[in-house]
Design a protein around this ligand. Structure first.
Ligand SMILES: *Cc1c(COP(=O)(O)O)cnc(C)c1O
Length: 413
């Protein structure tokens, strides 16, 4: 079980890690030991180039990247942030830790934010929207940025599961005001653990930098004792930086591999009675780490998943709002579930509802969805069944056959 980046590790990662051990300080600051910049620094500049953003800041996880992005955008107590009811819990935790209020919105059959439902949930307190590009597929960024403009909202993209993907030719994570990425073991690219933020704004980059490094200026350049804010230490270690750079340099190769096996599996499966592929807002831009089907009937989907040794997406760990008991706590005793959150449990007149059943369309879609792995294999995310990057024609055919078999039996059961 891993992401496609881990499955693509080769001599390059070993070389860079060995070099980091030999030449560095194992942290992003080389402190005059060598003329060379650290791997973390080189990774950041390479990511700016490769993904097309003015500024990249490497951090130690995707969760840190989300928190840092929210802080850089000035989001805090009293603010509401709209987030999909289908996301990993880290997106919601980051909002809660800023003292802001997560407001859930429905997904549509793309399994990402439904722009129409987002619009319904905008209030006077809404400061930002957080599209989450789930299972390798970008949300409809045209409509979401359109809404943001119309209502004066900020956009933070959670790109943890979709590094390298794009929407209409622009890389995911560069379309909103900030993009937050993860380089955890299961993601498109991996440093074991790690993450990074992208932004085109120098001011936001400087705030993000300060937050992730004790209030210092970028690269501690011209730092003075009076530097502004209390930051934390969320810095990416340089061994991770070495891995991150080696992985970034093979982003195209990794995506070619996922797209190839994804297309081959999709072709081998063909039409599925009683189900259709998840909608892709931009079919050109998906990372192809999964091949996901939405069935007509939940009972059939559930039975198919069981036969394949996997789960429907509604059963996938802390990826679905009703599987997050913390949300109920947030409406009651905020301090218990987000110890730093200082705001009231809710900011508006009516507390947002987090109870099971409050997102009926998301409930229905996730109960009917099965994601087959085509590179991202993680039972906790519901992708235990599928093919691997190096699956040959026979293995792809066998997986397609097993899927059809399960669908046929599931429909009869
Ligand atoms: C993995 C993930 C995160 C958190 O990333 P970590 O590196 O594990 O902290 C955030 N959001 C989504 C959608 C994720 O899948």
């Amino acid at each position: 079980m891993s992401g496609p980046g881990f499955a693509s590790i080769d001599a390059r990662e070993r070389e860079y890690v060995a070099a980091a051990l030999d030449e560095g300080t194992l942290m992003r600051y080389r402190m005059g030991l060598t003329e060379e910049q650290s791997f973390v620094y080189r990774f950041e500049r390479a990511a700016e180039q490769e993904l097309g953003a003015r500024h990249c800041l490497a951090v130690n996880s995707g969760t840190s990247a989300l928190l840092t992005s929210l802080v850089a955008l000035g989001i805090g107590p009293g603010d509401e942030v709209i987030v999909p009811a289908y996301t990993f819990i880290a997106s919601i935790a980051a909002i809660a830790y800023c003292g802001a209020t997560p407001v859930l919105a429905e997904i549509d059959e793309s399994l990402t934010l439904d722009p129409r439902d987002v619009e319904r949930r905008i209030t006077a307190r809404t400061r930002a929207v957080m599209p989450v590009h789930m299972l390798g597929v970008g949300a409809d960024m045209d409509r979401l940025t359109g809404l943001a403009q119309e209502y004066g909202l900020l956009v933070i993209e959670d790109v943890a599961q979709a590094c390298g993907g794009s929407f209409k030719g622009r890389r995911l994570g560069t379309i909103g005001d900030m993009g937050a990425f993860s380089m955890n073991h299961f993601k498109v690219l991996t440093a074991g653990e790690g993450g990074f933020c992208l932004t085109d704004s120098l001011e936001r980059y400087e705030t993000a930098y300060a937050f992730h490094d004790h209030g210092f200026r970028p690269n501690r350049d011209g730092a003075v004792e009076a530097d502004a804010m209390f930051g934390l230490n969320l810095r990416m270690p340089d061994l991770s930086g070495a891995l991150a750079l080696a992985q970034l340099e093979k982003l195209d190769v990794v995506l070619e591999r996922t797209r190839s096996v994804n297309a081959r599996l999709g072709e081998a499966i063909g039409e599925v009675p009683g189900a259709r592929p998840r909608r892709l807002p931009d079919p050109e831009g998906h990372c192809a780490t999964t091949l996901t089907y939405v069935f007509d009937q939940a009972a059939v989907a559930r039975s198919v998943a069981q036969r394949l040794g996997t789960t429907t997406l509604i059963e996938s760990g802390k990826h679905y709002y009703a599987n997050m008991p913390q949300l109920a706590g947030l409406a009651k005793d905020r301090r218990k579930v987000s110890p730093l959150g200082s705001a009231a449990a809710h900011s508006g007149d009516r507390p947002p509802s987090y109870a099971r059943g409050s997102m009926p369309r998301t409930d229905s879609i996730l109960a009917r969805s099965i994601a087959l792995s085509t590179g991202m294999s993680d039972w906790y995310a519901g992708t235990a069944f599928g093919v691997a990057l190096d699956s040959d024609a026979d293995a792809v055919k066998a997986a397609a056959g097993a899927f059809h078999d399960a669908v046929e039996r599931g429909a009869r059961a």
